[in-house]
Design a protein around this ligand. Structure first.
Ligand code: TYD
Length: 203
């Protein structure tokens, strides 16, 4: 089973992924968590370029680097784990590319990005996608509270994140695999909703 988590930066994904991971471990289910971009030596190197560098980057170049990191992660880690019946939780997947590089940056038309995503994901699709929805102002506040400075993507600013959020709303209407969650609630309540869905799918 492949579970992906999506949302704008500061939506609380990391907390929810940790809670679900722990819960599945307690249930003695085989489970692994991987993040995008990253999860392999090569993909982590690409992540460094994408998030930490100050070098100006063409939007299509950015799109292709995220896709390259993804191809490597899916082919060397995700597919083998799924073949072994391990539940894989992905901290972001190609919907992030539609939202950030498509709606946010406007790098290419969405139908072109969808084609590229299929290639980079080697045809893999999540069984369920949890979209943690939160307002841009609340998300920016949470980001400021982390004490970390913004990375290269986060520096794009509020109007960019509004477009990214619109992108997620668009996908949630298009895709049956989407489970949209109001993320402006206590973490335990959100976890409860996620667990109801996942436990139902396991059974
Ligand atoms: P990360 O620190 O993992 O952010 P978060 O904890 O919010 O997931 O950095 C990932 C950043 O990369 C985040 O700003 C979203 C962005 N991103 C894209 O722009 N396109 C993509 O395809 C992916 C996977 C991530």
């Amino acid at each position: 089973m492949l579970i992906s988590f999506e949302g704008i930066d500061g939506c609380g994904k990391t907390t929810q992924i940790m809670l679900l991971h722990e819960r599945l471990q307690r249930e003695k289910m085989p489970v692994d968590v991987l993040r995008e971009p990253g999860g392999t030596e090569l993909s982590e190197m690409i992540r460094g370029i994408l998030l930490n560098s100050d070098i100006p980057m063409n939007p299509v170049t950015e799109l292709l680097l995220f896709s390259a990191a993804r191809s490597e992660l899916v082919s060397t880690r995700v597919k083998p784990l799924l073949d072994q019946k391990v539940i894989v939780i992905l901290d972001r997947f190609y919907d992030s590319t539609v939202a950030y590089q498509g709606f946010g940056r406007g790098s290419l038309p969405i139908n072109e990005i969808n084609k590229l995503n299929k290639i980079a994901a080697h045809g893999l699709e999540p069984d369920v996608t949890f979209f943690l929805d939160i307002g841009v102002d609340e998300a920016l506040e949470r980001q400021n509270g982390t004490g970390k400075g913004p990375d290269r993507i986060e520096r794009a600013g509020g109007a960019f994140f509004e477009r990214v959020r619109d992108g997620y709303h668009y996908m949630s209407e298009q895709n049956g695999r989407y489970h949209t969650i109001d993320a402006n609630r206590p973490a335990e309540d959100i976890h409860h909703e996620i667990w109801l869905r996942v436990s139902g799918m396991i059974r």
